[in-house]
Every structure is written in structure tokens, then in C-alpha cells.
Design a protein around this ligand. Structure first.
Ligand code: GLA
Length: 731
């Protein structure tokens, strides 16, 4: 472990390091933890770069017998800062003490270093499979007057450019209750400089578009107040050098392993230093910490790259794929599916679905997913959520009868559910009208005619777990699509007293995690796919339970280019799904070729979402060829390295195998032009010394040629065209 985490007792400096990164901080005056460095690995830190003290006007000093005027919490880069003691920048913690004061200052008490990485109780987190993969430093800090303690967790992996951080608060048993009004997972202070901040804002059907902004003076927040990760703002940001791009420059990623309200806040201070604080959104949050109680924050994953965004993404991809996603499907190729949603919407029955299953079988598709509308009497979206029993009009012989048919055709059978929701027209509501989130005396707001179940309550979770177990115990369901089609409002739980209503949103997320843990453990053979009106809950926390998620309700290939590009900043392509749908597209009205739709969808976990019985003979041939082709390249796409090359009017991305013997290049051209430029695409990540054969044309290229000289793209006579190249090393 000493090779990963060192503490120098003389200089009082902690140094977490591996071959790629160093993270350094020190115990400063009064036991305050001062941040020194996060970045490219330094073999040994000799103590030169310490906080340069300076007496500045209006700076508060430590309240000691002989205050040093050059030492101020307001300018010291720190590991953990709180409101109330002369650091006027954004705090990581706000604590309301028993006497009502918003005051606390955490100082060093002790530390220990443990092998591996402790689990976070009740929360998703990156994990290790052997204690040798990582080491964890746990620094205990204390707020001396209240004796409130916090354990700061820092895990460094041996071969990843990642630091995982979280905090656990402990109130001693003999102390009165305090209230946490903010409890961030991480504070990261940056030295004075010129930075950019990247974020992933979006909307329903338009998720995760890369936004790049200058970090200017003041405070900028990237947040969700919707009770979930949201389409509107993903819970990841990166700070970068001004000129950082896909392949060059310093990049610092900050990713929250959480699926509830989040806030990632950036402040540039009066002397150009930048602070980032990330964690549960303090808006609407309070948590009462009684004597003897603990509070564990979610985890944040910090990634550093000195080689631009692709290297950061690859670190996240490998970590999420190998040490966040769990279960049988983590290392397994995912089945190619057909989903009936865009084919039939609510208008189906067993007789109507069978021909789609037959067609799927002929085309080589591996799973049929029955989407919304199979339960209660749900012929539209006004009804039946909460009653997870089959609609006997649509399936007179039962759901198992249809699932058996699907299985007999050699396909797996998948099912859509939306377990967190309730319709007023449901037996569940009629029996338990108090199960939903609603403020007493106020009518809760419907959204898509539905309401949210209070998952902070154990009895509500038990009801849903019971209904889903009744379904899954029958053994014919191979896949579940876990949807969530509205955001949380009317935040109130009947199970909590008035003073603790600020806990409801986080307790909802903890309840959701408990439910998912129970079901995914009980049914380990089921493939779980996350969904929230498309990609409203794509986050690293959800990936801990669901190996894959539906990326967006927008299935238009051209819209998907930007959505999948942004999504790939953090999430590996085998965690998000993409389907070929009809043209003109149902969401945008845009027409694109089957090849273009295929190449976009093949760049992730592949499937179809259209009425296969309506394909022409030519289309059937094309689809069969796409399915066969994807099976050949599936392992490279789902487990290879992914690299973004270009975006804009031309997109290009590629996949390379770990041994660099195989590569796939996808290029996409959007709008055509009467006088098109000759466009060259340069590949990356290949072995410059290897020879690669284009498997379609048998042309041989050097890896160096493909990367440095690149390939001319064929000149287009149409909009929305695409090419797929498959290279194999020949020596
Ligand atoms: C959400 C999902 C869709 C589909 C519908 C069904 O919008 O993202 O894929 O399942 O719900 O209502």
C-alpha cells in the first residue's frame, strides 16, 4: 500500500500516487487540510510547493492566540471547507449546530490507510475485486467544539488515473442532534489559472450535448432539482486547460456516482483560484444527524488526463465497465433486441405481436422486448401504473403463454416496467392512496397523468418488490427495462416528521437503490436496462445496478450522433443502447437511410424499434446483414477502446481492440454542399508499426498512415451519409 499512499510525518504531507497520477495534500496550521496538487504523477514530492502566505485585506485568520495574518482559510486551497469560519467561498459542508449556528471547522484528528476500497453502505460505488487493486486513505477530521467527526475517503487504484472520494459524518453518541444542510462528496481546489468547464446539458429527447464555457469570476452551478439525474443536466463536469481537446491538454473529470438531485458548483475566486464542490444538491436537502448516527455521502470519481478528453473518457469507460457495472452481464455480450414501442405503442395483443417475433427470428435478432401497455388496462398513458398484472384482453392466455412463444422461436423475452410510479386509476392507488409523494392539503401535480411512489418508505418498496417478484419468479423473463417517466415534485413523506421532510429526496434515492439491490441480487440472470423517458437517468450510480440504459427517446440517427457523442464522454458504449427505427423518424420527421440508422445504432448496444413485418424484401436483406455484421463486431464495440475523432457537420469515431489488432471506424456526413471540401479523417489508437487490412477492399495501410495521413472520405451526393471501415492487423 505504501507504494500507493504515503504520509510524511515530518512535512505532514499525504501523497496518493500511481504511475499516472498524484494527489497531494498537507496538514496545515491548526490542523486544516490544505490541498496541494492533483495531476500527472510526480515520483516524489519534496515539499517545495506549499501555500504561499500573504497578508491580504479583509482576510480572516485562524482564531489562535497569535493569529498569522498571512494564513487565511479564504485563500488556502483546501480539502474540506465549511460555512461559518472566514472562508467566504462555496463550502463543501453546511452544518446547523444544536444551538442554531451555521458554524463548523474540520481539522485533522487521525488517519489510517487500508488495502482495497471499503463499500459504501446503501450506495453505489466503484469497487475492487482484490484488495491489491487499490488503497484507501481515511482521514478523520473533527469540528472540535461539537465533536462532530467526518471521515474523508480517498481511494487510489493501482492502474487507473482515478481518485474516488466520499465523506462519512459521525455524531458522537453523547452529543445533541445537528442538521446537515449541505454535505458534498468532494471539494477540489485548483490553483489560479484560466480554465474551461465542460458539462452535459440537454432535454428530453435531446440529452447530454457537450457544452464548453470559460470559468469566469463568480459561481456557476450544474444541477438537478428534479429528484433524479435528469435529461436537463448530467451529474458530470470536467475542468480543462483552455486549449484542451480530444487528444491534448489537462482535463479533470468529476463524476458523481448518484441518481438523485445533484449539484456540481464551480467558483472562481478573487485571486483566480477555482473551487469545485460536487454532491447532493443542497437545495431542498437537510439531514438530521442524531447523536450516535452516521451520514454517508455518495461517491465522486475524479479522473485526470494530460492527453485530452479521449484519455479521460477511456479511464471512465474502463472503470465503469470493469468496476462499477456488476453481475453476469458485466462481461457478456448483450443481445440484439427488437422493442415493440415505436412499432405498436399501446395498440397490440398477442396475435399482433407474434408476426413481429417471427420476423425477428428470421432476421437473426436475439430478444423481443414487450414495452409499455401489457398490464392493467393500459391502452394509453392515463392508467394502471402500479398494477403489475397482465392485461387479459391483450393476452387472453397469459403473459407466460406469449413468452413461451417467443422462447420457442429461439429469442429471449424482455419486459418493460415503471415500478416507481402510480396512476390514480389503479388498484394500488385505490388501496393505498397515501403511497404517493403528496403534500398534505395540497393536490400533487400530475405529469404524464402519473404520480411518484414514496420509495423512501419500506412498506411501499415491499409492495413493489412483491409484485415484481411475482412476475420474475415465474422464470420466463430474461430482461427488464426499468423506466421512470416523470420527475419528482410535491416532496413529502407521510413516514417522516415535519422537521425531517428535507430528507425525503435523498431517502427516495436510497430507497430506490435498496429496491434495485434486492431485485438485481435476487434475479442475477436477468439483464436489467435502465430508462427514464430515454436517457433521463444515465449516471454512474445507476450503472451499478443496470448494465445498460436507453440513451434517448429520440431515435433519429442524426440527433443521436450528438447525443451518443456527449454520452460517450463518461459512459462506455456497452452501457447505452441504440435502436434502428423507421424513416421518416417519429420524433424529428427526418429521413435517413437504413445504413445510416444502422451505423449509428451499431455504435452502442444494438437493437431495432420498428414494425419488422413492414420491411420490404430489400430492407429485410439489409437488416439481416446488419444483424449478422453486428454479431461479428459486437465484442469489439462492447469491450474495445472507444475514441471520438470528429464532431460537427462530420462525425467520426472508432473502436480499437486492446491488442490493437482490430479497429472499426465509423464516419458520418451531415449536410451536403455543392462544393464539398476534400475531407480527411485521421484515426487514432492504432499501432503505428502494424499493417492493417481494410476487410472490405483488402487494401493494406500502415497504422502510421491511418493515424497520420488519414483517409479521404468519399465525396457525397446526399445528406446524412455514412461509412463503416473494419481493419484487421495482418502481421
Ligand atoms: C419512455 C421510454 C420509451 C417507452 C415509453 C413507454 O418514454 O423511454 O422507450 O418505453 O416510455 O411509455
Amino acid at each position: 500500500m505504501a507504494d500507493l499512499i504515503a504520509f510524511d510525518a515530518k512535512t505532514q504531507v499525504f501523497h496518493l500516487h500511481n504511475q499516472q497520477i498524484s494527489y497531494i495534500f498537507a496538514i496545515e496550521d491548526g490542523g486544516v487540510l490544505g490541498h496541494l496538487y492533483f495531476g500527472q504523477a510526480v515520483a516524489g514530492y519534496h515539499g517545495e510547493r506549499r501555500y504561499p502566505r500573504k497578508d491580504r485585506g479583509f482576510a480572516g485568520n485562524l482564531p489562535v492566540a497569535e493569529p498569522e495574518r498571512g494564513f487565511s482559510l479564504d485563500t488556502l486551497p483546501q480539502e474540506i471547507s465549511s460555512r461559518g469560519e472566514a472562508d467566504f467561498r462555496i463550502p463543501a459542508f453546511v452544518i446547523r449546530q444544536a444551538d442554531g449556528a451555521q458554524a463548523s471547522r474540520f481539522v485533522y484528528a487521525s488517519h489510517r490507510i487500508v488495502p482495497g476500497k471499503p463499500k459504501l453502505p446503501g450506495l453505489p460505488a466503484a469497487y475492487v475485486e482484490s484488495p491489491d487493486e487499490a488503497a484507501t486513505l481515511i482521514v478523520t477530521v473533527v469540528d472540535q467544539p461539537s465533536r462532530l467527526q467526518a471521515d474523508l475517503y480517498y481511494t487510489i487504484y493501482r492502474d487507473r488515473a482515478v481518485i474516488a472520494r466520499s465523506v462519512c459524518f459521525r455524531n458522537p453518541a453523547d452529543q445533541p442532534a445537528v442538521t446537515l444542510e449541505q454535505a458534498a462528496s468532494v471539494q477540489l481546489d485548483f490553483p489560479a489559472g484560466d480554465y474551461r468547464v465542460l458539462s452535459l446539458p440537454g432535454a428530453h429527447a435531446n440529452e447530454r450535448h457537450l457544452q464548453k464555457e470559460v470559468v469566469g469570476y463568480g459561481i456557476k452551478q450544474f444541477a438537478s432539482t428534479r429528484g433524479t439525474t435528469s435529461h436537463q443536466m448530467n451529474n458530470f463536469i470536467a475542468l480543462t486547460a483552455p486549449d484542451a481537446d480530444e487528444f491534448h491538454g489537462d482535463v479533470y473529470g468529476i463524476d458523481l456516482v448518484y441518481s438523485g438531485n445533484h449539484a456540481l458548483t464551480v467558483e472562481k475566486d478573487q485571486i483566480d483560484q477555482v473551487r469545485v464542490v460536487a454532491g447532493i444538491n443542497p437545495a431542498g436537502f437537510t439531514w438530521e444527524l442524531a447523536g450516535g448516527a452516521e451520514f454517508q455521502t455518495p461517491e465522486a470519481l475524479l479522473v485526470y488526463s494530460h492527453q485530452g478528453l479521449n484519455a479521460m473518457s477511456q479511464t471512465y469507460h474502463r472503470l465503469i465497465r470493469e468496476r462499477v457495472v456488476r453481475g453476469r452481464y458485466r462481461d457478456q455480450e448483450r443481445p440484439i433486441l427488437v422493442n415493440n414501442w415505436e412499432a405498436t405503442y399501446f395498440d397490440f395483443n398477442e396475435a399482433k405481436l407474434r408476426p413481429i417475433v417471427d420476423a425477428a427470428k428470421k432476421l437473426g435478432i436475439e430478444m423481443f422486448v414487450l414495452d409499455d401497455g401489457w398490464f392493467g388496462h393500459r391502452d394509453d398513458d392515463t392508467t394502471s401504473l402500479g398494477d403489475w398484472v397482465v392485461d387479459s384482453h391483450k393476452f387472453p392466455l397469459g403473459l407466460k403463454h406469449f413468452a413461451d412463444y417467443v422462447h420457442n422461436q429461439g429469442l429471449k423475452f424482455g419486459l418493460w416496467v415503471e415500478p416507481e410510479m402510480i396512476s390514480k386509476d389503479s388498484d394500488l392507488y385505490r388501496t393505498h392512496p397515501d403511497y404517493l409523494l403528496a403534500v398534505p392539503g395540497r393536490a400533487p401535480s400530475p405529469s404524464r397523468f402519473q404520480y411518484v411512489l414514496d420509495l423512501s418508505r419500506e412498506d411501499v418498496r415491499a409492495n413493489i418488490a412483491g409484485q415484481l417478484s411475482d412476475l420474475l419468479d415465474q422464470g420466463y423473463i430474461d430482461y427488464i427495462k426499468w423506466d421512470m417517466n416523470r420527475h419528482l415534485s410535491d416532496i413529502y413523506s407521510h413516514a417522516l416528521p415535519a422537521a425531517r421532510q428535507g430528507e425525503v429526496l435523498h431517502r427516495y434515492t436510497l430507497g430506490l437503490y435498496a429496491l434495485l439491490e434486492e431485485l438485481t441480487t435476487k434475479y442475477p440472470d436477468v439483464l436489467w436496462e435502465g430508462c427514464s423517458g430515454g436517457g433521463g437517468r444515465i449516471d454512474t450510480g445507476f450503472a451499478y445496478y443496470m448494465p445498460q440504459s436507453w440513451t434517448s427517446d429520440n431515435t433519429d440517427a442524426i440527433s443521436r450522433l450528438g447525443i451518443q457523442y456527449g454520452t460517450s464522454l463518461v459512459y462506455p458504449p456497452n452501457t447505452f443502447t441504440a435502436h434502428v427505427s423507421v424513416s421518416p423518424n417519429e420524433q424529428t420527421g427526418r429521413s435517413t437511410s437504413l445504413t445510416t440508422r444502422g451505423n449509428v445504432a451499431m455504435s452502442a448496444v444494438f437493437g431495432y424499434e420498428l414494425d419488422l413485418t413492414k420491411l420490404t424484401k430489400t430492407e429485410q436483406k439489409q437488416v439481416a446483414a446488419q444483424v449478422a455484421a453486428y454479431k461479428q463486431i459486437r465484442s469489439l464495440i462492447q469491450f474495445g477502446h472507444f475514441l471520438r475523432l470528429e464532431s460537427g457537420n462530420d462525425y467520426a469515431w472508432m473502436f480499437v481492440s486492446a491488442d490493437q489488432n482490430e479497429a472499426l471506424l465509423f464516419t458520418f456526413h451531415l449536410l451536403n454542399n455543392g462544393q464539398p471540401a476534400f475531407h480527411i479523417v485521421k484515426m487514432a489508437g492504432l499501432d503505428p508499426a502494424k499493417q492493417y487490412e481494410d476487410t472490405a477492399t483488402h487494401t493494406v495501410y500502415g497504422g502510421d498512415e491511418l493515424m497520420h495521413m488519414g483517409l479521404y472520405q468519399p465525396l457525397q451526393r446526399q445528406d446524412f451519409t455514412t461509412h463503416q471501415y473494419h481493419f484487421k492487423a495482418i502481421n
